[in-house]
Design a protein around this ligand. Sequence first.
Ligand code: APR
Ligand code: ZN
Length: 261
Amino acid sequence: MTANDCFMNPNDLIQQTAEIIVSSKHVVALTGAGVSVESGIPPFRGKGGLWEKFDPLEVAHIQSFMRNPERVWRLLISEMKGILADARPNPAHAGLARLESLGKLKTVITQNVDGLHQLAGSRDVIEFHGNFAMLRCMDCGLRVKTVDVAMTDMPPRCHCGGIYRPECVFFGEPIPMQALDRAQMAASSCDLMLVAGTSAVVQPAAFMPVMARQSGAVVIEINPEPTPLTGSTSKYLVRGKAGITVRRITDEVEQMLAARR
Ligand code: APR
Ligand code: ZN
């Protein structure tokens, strides 16, 4: 990060980011809860974050789920189910899907479990923390769609009597092997990583931009706030909400590509 990068005005950074995207050969995005805030899903940290209301180790750790699944279902998951059921993609998801269809974004590595990237049309999505769309019976392994399960009894049970758990990754659980392998492959082979809407404090997701940087890629952040990556791993931070920022960057990319034809 050079000194002038820090103080360029956001419009120039939008333009500069679009130029870097157009000249890159393998672009990957890492997204976090911040890209879904404008879809009405609260983030975990910072203003209005879920972890301001709940203690994550109490309601999002596998041991607390195994100890008292009903409590976790009541506290966290039914809150999430309500929010997730109504959420729709916002311009941040749509912009990343458009970059992919323009051939200027290969993969989205997302920490989110809301499925909004896929709903917006992104095809290559790595769900680093699983997803909330599916539940799995802890006894017989039956997988069902979350929307198909009436949340009348807590915890929801399979017809075999087993308790359902969501297919998202709880704290204290490993990242699904295939997701981790694919994300590491993407991070180490890209020449540009866009990091949008993540506080970059949860490992190993937060190491993906570091891995990309170590492999020679440029890392650019899109976030209203700086993160531990800012000023060290990322070339610069485009300060702003993901919705408007990703849309403006994607508009610029589209114009630059059209001008080349
Ligand atoms: N646009 C872009 N970024 C935003 C917006 C927005 N409109 N609103 C908030 N942000 C930023 C915040 O500044 C913050 O940096 O999004 C980030 C949200 O951070 P977190 O809530 O910590 O979300 P995330 O980084 O995805 O958390 C990582 O922690 O609790 C676990 O499993 C959970 O996947 C999650 C992981
Ligand atoms: Zn079962």
